[in-house]
Design a protein around this ligand. Sequence first.
Ligand code: ADP
Length: 198
Amino acid sequence: MLLGPPGAGKGTQAQIIAGRFGVPAISTGDIFRANVSGQTELGQQAKTYMDAGDLVPDEITVAMVKDRLAEPDAKAGFLLDGFPRTIAQAEQLRESLTELGHQLDCVLELVVDEDELVRRLSGRRMLVDGEMVQRDDDKPETVRHRLQVYREQTAPLSGFYETEGLLARIDAIGEVDEVTARALAACGAPEPGQPAAG
Ligand code: ADP
């Protein structure tokens, strides 16, 4: 699982690390955005919260993740990106994992200071239909609010998983591949080409 504030690089690292392990990266933010673009009912429910930089309510998010974890491609493992984001979500996740017969192997916290986060988020653009656009929630006022939401609601998860002995913290400033190397080392992953232990 990847834990870290908006702009820490969770999405980028999630793709690379999940690829390395051959498991799907499950990003709640991506699932919500796909539902907003597809104008589904879930997307309509989530959009107001996302645009304001608030968390989508736990009931909606937890039900969505539960369905996603039951998909066949998640049977042999998965990497969670952006979930859980509240203690209540973490508790629900624990139950779902028990039901599915899975367990968390590692919770990786990407640490980046707030000035750097604001710089990254306000400069971030995404390619949509051939155009570089700014995500609605990357506007400066919303960015500040998302960081506050992170501090208040999500940061406590760091202590929660530390108590469970699952937390690894890494410095997430530097080149993408340097951060990946730190991430894989912190979670006890094999070097490329080496068989996974355990
Ligand atoms: P970032 O980490 O940059 O904030 P995400 O793509 O993870 O970006 O999330 C974007 C938005 O999607 C969040 O601000 C929130 O509104 C919603 N969201 C994503 N994951 C969750 C979650 N686990 N619980 C509640 N809301 C979520």
